[in-house]
Design a protein around this ligand. Structure first.
Ligand SMILES: *[C@@H]1O[C@H](CO)[C@@H](O)[C@H](O)[C@H]1NC(C)=O
Ligand SMILES: *[C@@H]1O[C@H](CO)[C@@H](O)[C@H](O)[C@H]1NC(C)=O
Ligand SMILES: *[C@@H]1O[C@H](CO)[C@@H](O)[C@H](O)[C@H]1NC(C)=O
Ligand SMILES: *[C@@H]1O[C@H](CO)[C@@H](O)[C@H](O)[C@H]1NC(C)=O
Ligand SMILES: *[C@@H]1O[C@H](CO)[C@@H](O)[C@H](O)[C@H]1NC(C)=O
Length: 397
């Protein structure tokens, strides 16, 4: 059901290219430069100037190779600058087109974590508000009538959506709930939401299949509601029958209660998995997913999840949106990994020869194959090219 939703594209987004001639020019210049650079690089690396086939494995004294490499390194900055310009334009448009209000559920005891949320991923929301049972002038918080701890979560949720409905419903398109120990890749959230119309009743997150007939979204992984979903939640569910949607005095699971209320308001769970079927919202830290041995973890979790998954190299989406149970240290580490460093190469040639493990047995096999100190793990020029060709022909599934 959910995958069909990908096709429900807005006509609006087709008008998003404001400056096509500029982008085309940049694209053309980049293509020209990259094309030339790469042919020069491969030529210098694998061919002798005289075309002596026996020298394919090693450039003659590497002089030409080094020269081109040096020039590329220096002027890699030109390519980077062009890409930077393009990405900046694209992100700016996305920021204006998919307007996200983030509301962060915090409390007196954990408000000190919220400071780090605000200083890291919170900067990328179009608007961020903190909901707490206590006033905090520094963040600041919006003080609501709720108990601290788990029993107060539903009250905070009800008050938050009422507050959003009263103050911000027409100023933003999507409304994301996150915790003060969440990390959110806000740009990836915008990418997910771009094709959807905020005037449709939509609701995305990490899908649990229990309790509510169509399931509900994990509270820990965070969830995004469209403008229409919030309208229906407040005007239909909160104003409706108490047996269908409990009022703020209820102290059960806040995420299941929200699922019930949304179901009653005819807002149903959307499918936020990527094209490979990987999740994008995660109810735990990334460590719980990337380790190849997941068998002993989160026993209850396996019975709740709507879509099964495995751990290891192929665990996760390349465009994740949220992680949970993140310490302030995690938040800054994520910022660093995501925004402050990039790989020199985006293709993982070594991985094409030695794919990362999906479970513990494979981890042992992979480890056994890598002979420490031997040269067998360094692909020769020929196998390197083969690996490149193969990895473009048959992407790993
Ligand atoms: C090609 O290289 C081989 C070995 O290095 C050499 O014997 C041969 O003379 C070279 N041929 C030419 C045309 O340079
Ligand atoms: C490469 O060139 C340098 C000087 O440019 C020279 O000292 C060196 O001996 C050369 N190496 C080989 C293997 O020809
Ligand atoms: C490469 O480009 C940068 C500007 O992006 C420039 O500052 C630098 O001088 C160029 N280097 C060479 C060797 O042309
Ligand atoms: C935040 O405050 C709580 C209680 O006030 C304290 O236990 C905790 O250590 C603090 N955390 C940080 C990161 O300062
Ligand atoms: C909330 O609902 C309970 C029934 O579940 C009811 O007894 C109570 O009066 C309601 N409180 C408010 C403030 O509406």
């Amino acid at each position: 059901m959910g995958f069909c939703k990908f096709n429900r594209r807005r006509t609006k987004s087709s008008s998003s290219e404001v400056d096509p001639s500029f982008q085309l020019t940049i694209l053309f210049l980049t293509g020209l430069f990259c094309g030339f650079s790469y042919s020069a690089y491969f030529y210098s690396a694998y061919m002798s100037p005289l075309g002596n086939a026996s020298k394919v494995q090693k450039a003659p004294n590497e002089s030409l190779s080094r020269l081109v490499h040096k020039a590329l390194d220096l002027n890699g900055s030109i390519i980077e600058q062009l890409f930077y310009e393009m990405q900046t334009q694209r992100n700016q448009k996305l920021f204006e087109e998919v307007r996200i209000l983030c509301w962060v559920c915090t409390s007196a005891n954990t408000a000190n974590r919220s400071v780090h949320v605000k200083a890291t991923w919170g900067r990328r929301c179009n608007k961020i508000i903190f909901i707490s049972e206590e006033e905090d002038d520094f963040l600041p918080t919006i003080k609501v009538d709720a108990r601290p701890g788990r029993e107060g979560l539903w009250a905070k949720t009800v008050h938050a959506f009422n507050y959003i409905f009263d103050n911000y419903i027409n100023d933003y398109d999507w409304f994301l709930k996150a915790d003060d120990d969440s990390y959110v890749l806000v740009d990836n959230l915008r990418k997910l939401l771009l094709p959807y119309d905020p005037n449709d009743p939509d609701y995305f997150g990490f899908h649990f299949k229990t309790i509510v007939p169509r399931g509900y979204m994990s509270g820990g992984a965070g969830y995004a509601l469209s403008r229409e979903a919030v309208k229906r939640l407040v005007t239909r569910a909160f104003a409706g029958e108490i047996t269908k949607c409990p009022n703020q005095t209820a102290d059960g699971s806040e995420d299941a209660d929200l699922g019930r209320c949304l179901d009653y308001a005819e807002v149903y769970p959307g499918d936020s998995r990527d094209e490979k079927g990987h999740f994008r919202f995660y109810p735990f830290v990334a460590e719980n997913y990337v380790h190849p041995d997941l068998s002993e973890r989160e026993w209850w979790y396996w019975y709740f999840i709507k879509w099964p998954h495995k751990g290891g190299a192929d665990c996760c989406s390349k465009h994740p949106i949220t992680f949970h149970y993140m310490t302030p240290h995690h938040l800054y580490m994520m910022e660093h990994l995501v925004y402050n460093q990039v790989m020199f190469s985006v293709t993982d040639v070594m991985a094409a020869e030695n794919p990362g493990p999906d479970n513990i047995e494979q981890a042992e096999q992979v480890a056994k194959k890598i002979t420490v100190g031997s040269t067998t793990t360094t692909p020769s020029a020929t196998s390197l090219t083969e690996a490149l060709v193969q990895s473009t022909k048959q992407p790993k599934s």
